[in-house]
Design a protein around this ligand. Structure first.
Ligand code: MEV
Length: 333
């Protein structure tokens, strides 16, 4: 998304967060996965003309990057996203300031890194009047994702750049699913508060796959079967079937050793409060889990149960509950 502030001649690009509904980790090994955008949590990049050479400020993480000093292959993620965008559109670093802010918690498996890259790409493209496509935004974010964790599947940058639910298989064009899937699912997303860079569990799964390829491939196949049945359940509107697949997917992720006691405890609390299914989401070893409610009213009850069980932050589809004293009836689900 692009916004223009005519008075200040500033241009803002933004990008959403994401959750993986099912299929994480196995997707790195060619199996399908489904991801959903979270439009209410966003990263933003605002670019405005300046008298000085191109500089990026990211006050949330205390970063000031003299982007003009970096080369195209820099490993600084902010400079890399900006230089990749400039390269794509055939422009030199402008005399401008780029300010990056984000509501998306870092290291929480909600796609913060990819969202920042897409927001930067959009702001720079709009500044030069270049119509950046979702595919181009996705590609430049993928380039930055590679710095973060070696061989990402590409699912995060894809769902974030398209801001649509996706059926994703590595190396194939993404299948964009009906937006209503993300809009109507009564999903609750709860944060353990533990931050873990995705490259750690992804690297551990890689090491286990090198040690025990047959066992790991069997696990990935079992996850792929659950992803297919999740899609069928979504298409039938069968929330109970989807919930069962989520529970089974979580058990397989435990076998891959990418869950942790805090994620398991939140999943157990959600199930005890009547969730149809619950699982960790994304890289794991911390970050967020997702729970499927029966309906909107039940999602509100699940939010309360997950906070009671120690979740540091609970997102109820369209609104973020950051404190226990926020009045629950205000939630828009
Ligand atoms: C991260 O959101 C999803 C993982 O499957 C990694 C990847 O697909 O690159 C864990």
């Amino acid at each position: 998304m692009i916004a223009m502030d005519k008075q200040a001649e500033a241009i803002e690009g933004s990008a959403c967060a994401k959750v993986i509904l099912c299929g994480e980790h196995a997707v790195v090994y060619g199996r399908p996965a489904i991801a959903l955008p979270l439009p209410m949590l966003r990263a933003r990049a605002r670019i405005e003309p300046s008298h000085y050479a191109f500089t990026i400020f990211a006050p949330d993480v205390g970063a000031v990057v003299s982007a003009w000093r970096h080369t195209r292959r820099t490993r600084d993620p902010l400079a890399r996203a900006a230089l990749a965008a400039l390269d794509l559109i055939g422009q030199k670093p402008p005399r401008a300031t780029l300010i990056v802010t984000s509501d998306i918690p870092v290291g929480a498996n909600l796609g913060s890194g990819a969202a920042v890259s897409v927001a930067i790409g959009r702001a720079i493209a709009a500044y030069f009047g270049y119509p950046l496509s979702a595919e181009e935004a996705s590609q430049l974010a993928y380039e930055v994702e590679e710095i973060h964790h070696g061989s990402p599947s590409g699912i995060d940058n894809t769902v974030i750049a398209h801001e649509r639910p996706v059926w994703f298989v590595r190396g194939r064009p993404p299948e964009l699913l009906d937006s209503a899937i993300g809009d109507t699912l009564p999903l609750v997303i709860a944060d353990t508060g533990i931050t873990t860079p995705t490259r750690i569990p992804v690297g551990d799964v890689r090491a286990a796959w090198e040690r025990e390829p047959e066992r790991m491939e069997r696990c990935f196949d079992a996850i792929a079967a659950l992803v297919r049945s999740s899609r069928e359940a979504l298409e039938r509107g069968d929330l109970e079937g989807l919930g069962r697949a989520m529970d089974a997917n979580h058990a397989l992720l435990q076998q891959l050793d990418v869950s942790c006691p805090e994620l398991d405890a939140l999943c157990a609390a959600a199930r005890a409060a009547g969730a149809l299914g619950a699982k960790m989401s994304g890289g794991g070893r911390g970050g967020n889990m997702i729970a499927l409610a029966r309906d909107a009213a039940h999602a509100v009850a699940l939010c309360a149960a997950l906070r009671e069980a120690g979740a540091k932050r609970v997102i109820c589809r369209a609104r973020t509950v950051t404190t226990g004293d926020q009045p629950l009836p205000d939630l828009q689900i």
